[in-house]
Design a protein around this ligand. Sequence first.
Ligand code: 5AD
Ligand code: SF4
Length: 470
Amino acid sequence: METTTIEETKRQYAYMDEARQLVAGEAARLGRPLTYHVTTFGCQMNARDSEKLSGILEMIGYLPGEEEEADLVLMNTCTVRENANQRVYGRLGKLSSLKKRRPHMVIGICGCMMQEEDEVERIRTSYRFVDLVFGTHNIFRLAQLLTEHFQNRGMVVDVWEGTNEIVEDLPAVRKYPFKSGVNIMFGCNNFCSYCIVPYVRGRERSREPEDIIREVRKLAADGVVEVMLLGQNVNSYGKTLKQPVSFAKLLQEVQQVEGIQRIRFMTSHPKDLSKELIKVMAESDKICRHLHLPLQSGSTAILQAMNRRYSKEDYLRLVKCIREAIPDISLTTDIIVGFPGETDEDFEETLDVVRQVRFDSAFTFLYSKRSKTPAASLASQVPQKTAHQRFDRLLKEVQAIASEEAKRYEGCTMDVLAEEVNRQQQGMLTGRLSNNFTVHFPADPSMIGKILPVRLDQCCGFYYLGTPAE
Ligand code: 5AD
Ligand code: SF4
């Protein structure tokens, strides 16, 4: 396993060399450098994958550019809900007319949606102008696929059903120089009954802790102060390794890395969140005061039908335990409305949990039927109108609570990581608190990437206006 992975990395660097020559040839023909644009749909995992894809493209000589003018356009897709798919097809229509004007353009489509046979078939038959099609398991092969396309023209399709391989040490470009996502595991074994992720991202595979620490060290040496550890279910990290390691242990190792000042992670499954993790978080001054803990529903019956493996009471107990140990924690969540069989009473249970927990923010979703998932074949689908009404009620409740909760830090001074220039207001920067709240404050752009104390003068619903403290 170890040697095949290293060999694969070497093989891909060889393809990058070959692709670089082909790209240089094309650039000479056009008399200008080639540009690329990657559009990302979906979650943080996809965002990180896009950074890796961009890393390969820059390695072979492409420069970043706008989609309208780019010589290579790549769409990294999501399929978690139906509307994500529709947006991709809408965008493909636009790309088709761009390509008519600029036939040398390369169009690629990859990510979760391409792990579905029907979607690949639809691209093959109705979107023949697409040049590259690949899935989630083989993004490391981009240079190889591009080389094949340059040599043979025509559509190159390479979608793997699954993999055991984790190919290390490939290039990546970061959106922010001072913070980075770090994959710690891939795939998911939970099979929540509504969720397509286990079918498109495959079984759970954890990276070796040494590989993760090596990457974090490299990032720190490169100026990164904040890492976000990424996985579909980080709380079950390490269980499938030859020498199992817990997520809490991994966090303890990551926080030893010199230069790393903040650690975040995403996403936690309530059923796997351990006492050990709560303790490690409580004792740490580097692990951020934020937990994203998807609730999905407040009804025990619906949770059971969702195969979530916790009850309403388990969830509430867990929240209590977390808040006792870490009183300044910010809790956020995901909630699905209109799961098949959801009654008014079930929905009231969800509202009840929302009112009891008082989340700092919540992503609310209308249930979306996904093919292959067990919930798709349930008979009692909720009428659209009912689902929409519930959704609106939930959203109102969630927003009212979140903006009330945000006020609790008004007047306090807290550390902020300055992240970017505020485009709306001149002279202002936008930064983030450890608890993930956003703050706008006056400061010089040279402060970007630094952590500084800021007084939170005014809470404006979902963000603060502040001033740097002396
Ligand atoms: N319908 C609606 N929302 C979904 N999610 C996952 N699958 C579906 C679906 N079929 C939501 C869950 C998950 C988040 C990433 O997306 O709330 O936590
Ligand atoms: Fe989907 Fe559940 Fe896995 Fe999250 S934990 S990705 S909701 S199956």
